[in-house]
Design a protein around this ligand. Structure first.
Ligand code: PMP
Length: 326
């Protein structure tokens, strides 16, 4: 017999899938690390489990305790899987920009969800960062995960995602391209790959309205870079400790429109039904064309599944309203 002891044992070991149409103008092969095969349908299952297990080991998370997190949905899903299997309560604090599907899914998985306004400063008491911190003080026997600054986030990718990509490509990978939010994925994978071969280039995909690209290029945190945007999962108005700017070779910014259009194109042209940050990531790869040569091997990571975006990028009324359809 061959079976997993519980759902957490099925996290990781996701496939690497070649892109065949969208990348036909590039001189090299592009492979996608296809993270929707995780049980929570996103890469975030990996870091959620790692953060909980490290918190158990250090004693900050006690039996029967409550896990509190500010999450755009995918981390919440990963935390919900681990909380249920391990017997913890979960409270997720989410911003009102996130899709209704993500909120409904978290509630379906047994999490309490608090929805907060998006367009306020992170320091505003109504922001989702502040609300999560306040709840962590008020709720007894609780632990605030803080995926932005929690080192177990990037550690999960150093221990699992990075080694998987290295082995699946027989060490032939030359470029890794990925959307950046908390920075856990790019930093953990990037650190591992560079520890194997320091010539591998690590590219972050950022969005207009986020501070990363300018900060990486100038060392200046420029508040003028910050404004509302519709792309989900990537870009920040803060500098999370998990973004290791030293291992990142560069950032490319993708517009909201391109991220949405390429999310649709992945579904229609590659049969890859994926989330909005996958559209941004593949457009980012295409924008980096001049950096690739014939024998390069590019790996792009796709974070989550399309089902969470059916009311948005996969809905032409929404696309029209946003001015994303020509
Ligand atoms: N895409 C999606 C859909 C996400 O949920 C996240 C996490 N915010 C990211 C990309 C970025 O990943 P990371 O936080 O590891 O930088």
């Amino acid at each position: 017999m061959k079976y997993a002891e519980n759902i957490l044992d099925t996290i990781g070991n996701t496939p690497l899938v070649k892109l065949n149409r969208l990348t036909s103008d590039l001189p090299c092969v592009v492979l996608a690390k296809y993270e929707t095969f995780n049980p929570g349908n996103s890469v975030k299952d990996r870091m959620a489990l790692q953060m909980i297990e490290d918190a158990e080991a250090s004693g900050v998370l006690q039996p029967g305790g409550t896990i509190i997190e500010a999450t755009s949905g995918n981390t919440g899903m990963g935390l919900a899987l681990a909380a249920t299997v391990k017997g913890y309560k979960l409270i997720c604090v989410i911003s009102d920009k996130q899709s209704k599907e993500k909120i409904d899914i978290l509630r379906a998985m047994g999490s309490e969800v608090h929805v907060c306004p998006t367009d306020v400063e992170p320091s505003d008491p109504r922001s989702y960062y502040s609300t999560a911190k306040r709840l962590a003080k008020e709720v007894p026997n609780s632990w605030y995960v803080n995926q932005y600054d929690n080192p177990s986030n990037s550690k999960a990718h150093f221990l699992t995602t990075g080694p998987e990509i290295w082995e699946q490509t027989d060490g032939k990978i030359t470029h890794f391209v990925v959307g950046v939010g908390t920075g856990g994925t790019i930093s953990g994978v990037g650190r591992f790959l560079k520890s194997k071969n320091s010539n591998i280039k690590i590219w972050g995909v950022d969005t207009y309205g986020s501070v990363f690209k300018k900060y990486h290029e100038t060392g200046v945190f420029d508040p003028n870079e910050i404004y509302p945007y519709s792309t989900e999962g990537i870009g920040e108005d803060i500098l999370p400790k998990n973004v290791d700017f030293d291992i990142i070779d560069g950032f490319t910014k993708v517009t909201d429109k391109d991220a949405a259009v390429y999310t649709q194109r992945l579904a229609k042209e590659e049969a890859m039904f994926l989330g909005n940050s996958a559209g941004a990531a593949i457009k980012g790869v295409l924008q980096l064309k001049e950096h690739f040569k014939k024998d390069d091997l590019v790996v792009v990571l796709f974070h989550d599944h399309g089902s969470r975006y059916v009311g948005k990028m996969f809905n032409d009324d929404w696309m029209r309203e946003k001015g994303f359809l020509d």
